[in-house]
Design a protein around this ligand. Structure first.
Ligand code: NAD
Ligand code: TYD
Length: 337
């Protein structure tokens, strides 16, 4: 079985590649990634010499290369993670989000359609549903209308609709998964949780947007990987599955949890100007996926403890990111101290 994983050098795709290489030694896992700022292969040093792991450096939006790759390799499954994924970057530079997330997905869909793929699993996000208000009994279900608010979520919603259309029009076997916010090992330190851990460990201020009241529904990345594994094997073609574990926290709660567990002072928190169009609350109803047989292993307490420990044990990995090539980005965005 040949499985193409796009974006397998990034955070979630990277965890998924490692999970699949270890769990299914009889599957061949092809990691296709262009290695943007968010992609790095050092995370795969434990698997790079395994017989069932392959890396292909390629751009999903380069049509000719992708079509000829599919013709040559005859993949059975495509698990599509590759994307521009950071909301803040989509506000300052939306165009690359359109190219990668929409055009890139459409190129892959064409390649999949022409080569009789068994399944195209499109990894999407709960952010396509827009925002919920603070009423704790409301949740995103698979029937919630798409109402994206950021250029990032608008590009993801567009790609979801293309995937749906290739199923309806061409009969392509697809699934779409929409997961809540992930955290865990190898999370790029521009996102809230790894940013907070890395900055607190360096005794730097942590920028909290607005009053810190916005709510996210946090899921450990390995629970996301297990959900994708299940949908890939058992998902009904054409269906959407929401993924989330009922771990809603305000941003302020998340930041305080990290600061307290590292034994640092809460004075490190700095309230800064709010993000434009900042979605108030995300919360997933995962009933449909649970009926398929999925159950998360981590709750927020166990997951964040494991994650903080991972960042303590793997300082080299995130230090080389924040002090290396991307130093200017981090300096430009977070000059608080
Ligand atoms: P990430 O930014 O960490 O990784 C994205 C990867 O895609 C990188 O390795 C990058 O090099 C690669 N990539 C970007 N453009 C490419 C191109 N043109 N061709 C080939 N590769 C390219 O992202 P992530 O957080 O791991 O998210 C992965 C997927 O999961 C995305 O589709 C995202 O929308 C979705 N998702 C993320 C979250 C989250 O909390 N991070 C939650 C739900 C869904
Ligand atoms: P983020 O990790 O960027 O994920 P997303 O925007 O996709 O949910 O942000 C999570 C939440 O944390 C979001 O409400 C914005 C907020 N946030 C901050 O308060 N400060 C920060 O420095 C960042 C990056 C995010």
């Amino acid at each position: 079985m040949k499985i193409l994983v796009t974006g397998g050098a990034g955070f979630i795709g990277g965890n998924f590649v490692q999970y699949m290489v270890d769990k299914y030694p009889h599957y061949d896992i092809y990691n296709l990634d262009i290695l943007t700022y968010a992609g790095d292969l050092t995370k795969h040093s434990d698997i790079e010499n395994k017989d069932n792991y392959y890396f292909i450096k390629a751009d999903i939006a380069e049509r000719e290369n992708i079509i000829s790759l599919f013709e040559k390799e005859k993949f059975d499954y495509v698990i599509h993670f590759a994307a521009e994924s950071h909301v803040d970057r989509s506000i300052t530079d939306p165009e690359i989000f359109v190219r990668t997330n929409i055009l890139g997905t459409q190129v892959l869909l064409d390649a999949a359609r022409q080569n009789n793929i068994k399944k195209f699993l499109h990894v999407s996000t709960d952010e396509v549903y827009g925002e919920l208000d603070f009423e704790p009994s409301t949740f995103f279900t698979e029937e919630t209308p798409l109402q994206p608010n950021s250029p990032y979520s608008a590009s993801k919603a567009s790609s979801d609709l293309l995937v749906r259309s290739y199923h309806e029009t061409f009969g392509l076997p697809v699934n779409i998964t929409r997961c809540s916010n992930n955290y865990g090992p190898y999370h790029f330190p521009e996102k809230l949780i790894p940013l907070t851990i890395s900055r607190v460990l360096n005794n730097q201020k942590v920028p909290v947007y607005g009053a810190g009241n916005n709510i996210r529904d946090w899921l450990h990345v390995l629970d996301h990987c297990a959900a994708i594994d299940l949908v890939m094997h058992e998902g009904i073609n054409g269906e959407v599955y929401n993924i989330g574990g009922h771990n809603e926290r305000t941003n302020l709660e998340v930041v305080k949890t990290i600061i307290n567990s590292l034994g640092k002072p809460e004075e490190l928190i700095e309230f800064v100007q709010d993000r434009p169009g900042h979605d108030k609350r995300y919360a997933i109803d995962p009933t449909k996926l649970m009926q398929l047989g999925w159950k998360p292993k981590y709750n927020f307490e166990t997951g964040i403890t494991q994650t903080i420990q991972w960042y303590l044990d793997n300082k080299d990995w995130w230090e080389q990111i924040i002090s290396g090539e991307y130093k200017e980005y981090f300096k430009k965005h977070y000059t608080l101290e």
